[in-house]
Design a protein around this ligand. Structure first.
Ligand code: NAD
Length: 314
């Protein structure tokens, strides 16, 4: 178990909303932590805020290799290949994780760079519609869920390090296999983005009168459509297979609802939707107990616990 100063240092690659928040949260718990960003403006802002940041990726990674730091890849999916190429060149043996919203695609790129032995994927289920360093806070991950992957061959020591970072940031950990993570987030994150974009379009098509009448349901239903489009593209396109499956399922739900409405009733949709929402509201975060990383069968047992909605806590 980490708490703070005795835990490994943290090197964050990409100081946007998520990476900048990881850097702040790691420092707030007393960890040694530094970051890299390609933009001098972002690095200047981070340094002005009192953080250790640089535009020199090689130096950041060499320092990580020298100090056995945990390296956190916090760039959008299209930039992951470039960043991992640098990791493979300058710090090929470090403990490595990421925060990218899709997990199978990242794992494939990690493997292509020969970095899978000490890689454990991560995905903090926290964010806002803002982006960039200035949008980050040390509190962003407080009480959030942070997925830590349990794929075949996962190194238990690195898994513990990544889970400790998530816990240090104030989150609880849900263990999941990468493919199962991608199928789950297609439903609860990527599909909501697609539906929010479609709903925003529907409101705009109603012109100024419709938008002028819009209140809570429109605001809440379209909130994530305010996200930078390129970030949404990276999430949805990077998880296309799982997203297409859940989108087809939802189109079928809408088609049936449409036919039933044409016959005069929304009853089936509203009863089923209300029940499903209640299930979400009543879910419990029961702690995972009796499993330690490295125990016999720990990978399958943690996956099972994650499937049951259980969480890894301190
Ligand atoms: P952001 O736009 O706030 O920050 C992205 C950072 O990556 C910036 O610092 C940018 O300079 C850097 N970057 C972009 N292209 C780069 C390149 N080619 N080389 C080097 N650096 C590059 O985005 P964010 O919201 O912090 O997202 C970062 C990651 O976190 C993404 O992979 C995203 O999927 C994931 N994520 C986002 C959210 C969210 O709600 N925003 C939630 C969980 C995970």
């Amino acid at each position: 178990m980490s708490t703070a100063a005795s835990a490994p240092p943290v090197c964050v690659l990409g100081l946007g909303l998520i990476g900048g928040s990881v850097l702040r949260a790691a420092v707030a718990t007393g960890r040694s932590a530094w970051g890299y960003n390609r933009s001098p403006q972002v690095v200047g802002a981070a340094v002005a805020d009192g953080f250790d940041a640089s535009t020199d990726l090689t130096a950041a990674l060499t320092r990580a290799a020298d100090t056995d730091a945990l390296v956190v890849v916090a760039v959008p999916m299209p930039a992951v290949d470039t960043v991992l190429a640098a990791v493979a060149e300058h710090a090929p043996h470090v403990a490595l994780t990421d925060v990218v919203s899709v997990k199978k695609e990242v794992a494939a790129v990690v493997t292509a760079h020969g970095l899978s032995a000490r890689f454990v994927g991560g995905h903090p289920m926290a964010g806002t519609a803002e982006s960039g360093w200035s949008a980050g806070t040390a509190e962003l991950f407080r009480d959030a869920v942070w997925v830590v992957t349990v794929d075949d061959g996962t190194d238990p020591g690195v898994w513990q390090q990544v889970a400790d970072l998530a816990l240090d940031c104030g989150s609880v950990v849900v263990p999941a296999e990468s493919g199962e993570h991608d199928a789950a987030v297609a439903r609860i994150s990527h599909l909501p983005h697609v539906l929010a974009e479609a709903l925003a379009l529907s409101g705009a098509a109603g012109g100024d009168l419709a938008l002028g009448l819009a209140a809570g349901s429109f605001r809440d239903g379209t909130r994530v459509a305010a996200t930078a489009p390129a970030l949404v593209d990276a999430m949805c396109e990077g998880n296309a297979t799982a997203l297409l499956a859940t989108l087809d399922e939802t189109l079928e739900v809408l088609r049936i609802a449409r036919d039933q409405l044409a016959d005069g009733s929304t009853r089936d949709l509203t009863r089923a939707g209300h029940k499903a929402r209640r299930r979400y509201e009543q879910r419990e975060r029961r702690p995972i107990t009796g499993i330690a990383p490295g125990d016999e069968g720990w990978i399958e047992r943690l996956r099972d616990a994650g499937r049951r909605g259980q969480v890894w806590t301190r």
